[in-house]
Ligand binder design. Structure first.
Ligand code: 2IT
Length: 445
């Protein structure tokens, strides 16, 4: 494989899709050396086959808003690769959604899912629908209209969607209700379901909890501990909430959250009440964090700024792609950040990652750090297949074990001669090689 030749070809076929091309370039560059040591991969054109989605469904979503106006959105499902298991990955409802964003997410999902140890292929979907300011009934009508199209392409053994940005428990409920009506079956066709109709305990917490379990492993490598660490978290959604809950419970001090409007600095650190308030902020559907500063004296709101300018021990981006750039990384390094655990998908730009790696600061990539979310979706599927529910403690234990084993393979494939662990390299090689091996063994299909 020659990365530049392959990238030029991909760019010709997918012009201007910058997030997608960014994700592919990172993976291919980091696996190139290992790939070229295995001639059967080149003979089977694995790289060329793995970077192209199996298929993409695009559909129109028509719905009526509360004022009786007709609204039109675009819906997508990208089935990327199912060599190791049914397509699996979330749905994102956000105004920025386009084919490039969903292709990058679907591509990343292949390797993330491979790392979880569970049999799941990679997919992603969503819509450019913007949930901000929408009423509950508008959300319901949109979800129903979306599922009226999507249901033909999914199934418990073929493709199992879940949530992502803009799609939480409420949306999954409305989507599931419509699927059940159309397909006339009660199956585990979506994950992140409510507890009354087949959901799994710990699924809402899983992405954030898993990220903190991974972080604990990273700290252990430095002979250190999470207790007393200051952590900057970005975002204020489900992932930030889970990470803040577990980190706080373990004695760390989470000093920031953020939204599209700016960030909150709370030097005292979050506590149970403040973490619960994050859910209220989210439920308000306004996409702002500023009200936090009014509610909790001692905290300050910094309009239009990002938390990476503060001096903290650990940075955990939990918002969205490319939210932490080269300049942000340089500030964190100058302030002696100890660890960066990326929880958002592709949260750091290539320049930021380079800055961390050059400074020998352990950087955990999203596809490893945030894999606890989809791993627990996999555990939800297991429970649905068995028609049985595990206790919260059982699910949490399995999640913990999975995060430990992801850390282990990242370390095995990412350890450098000087002892520094390049987690990005480790995660990409481990995830890629598993899927590549499955593809080779299954022939040219
Ligand atoms: O990015 C992700 O891994 C998710 N949004 C969760 C996917 C899933 O199927 O649970």
């Amino acid at each position: 494989m020659k990365v530049d030749v392959l990238m030029a070809d991909l760019e010709r076929r997918h012009p201007g899709e910058k997030e997608y091309l960014q994700a592919v370039r990172e993976v291919l560059t980091t696996v190139e050396e290992t790939y070229n040591m295995h001639p059967e991969l080149e003979a089977n054109k694995i790289a060329e086959r793995i970077v192209e989605p199996d298929r993409i469904f695009t559909f129109k979503v028509v719905w009526e808003d509360d004022n009786g106006k007709i609204q039109v959105n675009t819906g997508y499902r990208i089935q990327f690769n199912n060599a190791i298991g049914p397509y699996k990955g979330g749905l994102r409802f956000h105004s920025s959604v386009n084919p490039s964003i969903l292709k990058f997410l679907g591509f990343e999902q292949i390797f993330k899912n491979a790392l979880t140890t569970l049999p799941m292929g990679g997919a992603k979907g969503g819509s450019d629908f913007n949930p901000r300011g929408k009423s509950d009934r508008e959300i319901m009508r949109f979800c129903q209209a979306f599922m009226t199209e999507l249901w033909r392409y999914i199934g418990p053994e073929t493709d199992v969607p879940a949530g992502d940005i803009g799609v939480g428990g409420r949306e999954i409920g409305y989507l599931y209700g419509m699927y059940r009506k159309l397909a006339q079956e009660n199956t585990g066709v979506l994950t992140g379901k409510g507890m009354t109709y087949g959901g799994s305990l710990i699924r809402p917490e899983a992405t954030g909890y898993g990220a903190v379990y991974f972080l604990q492993n990273m700290l252990k490598e430095l002979n250190d501990d999470i207790k007393g660490k200051t952590i900057a978290i970005s975002g204020f959604g489900n992932v930030a909430w889970g990470a803040a809950s577990k980190a706080t419970e373990l004695g760390a001090k989470v000093v920031t959250i953020s939204g599209p409007d700016g960030y909150i600095h709370d030097p005292e650190g979050l506590n149970k009440e403040k973490i619960a308030y994050m859910l209220e902020l989210r439920a308000s559907n306004n996409d702002v964090v500023e009200p936090y500063a009014e509610k909790f004296p001692g905290s300050t709101f910094h309009a239009g700024r990002k938390p990476w300018e503060l001096k903290v021990d650990i940075a955990m981006p939990c918002a969205t792609q490319n939210e932490l750039n080269g300049e942000d990384a340089a500030m964190l390094v100058a302030n002696n950040v100890q660890i960066v655990a990326e929880v958002s998908n592709m949260g750091c730009t290539p320049e930021a990652i380079e800055t961390f790696i050059n400074a020998k600061i352990p950087y955990g990539p999203g596809k490893a750090v945030n894999a606890g979310g989809v791993a627990t979706s996999g555990l939800e599927m297991s429970q649905n297949s068995m028609k049985y529910n595990w206790t919260a403690q059982e699910v949490d234990q399995r999640l913990h074990y999975i995060m430990d084993s992801i850390h282990e393979v990242c370390k095995a494939h990412g350890k450098c001669s000087d002892g520094y662990i390049n987690y990005m390299k480790g995660a990409n090689i481990a995830g890629f090689m598993k899927v590549a091996r499955a593809m080779v063994e299954q022939g040219i299909v």
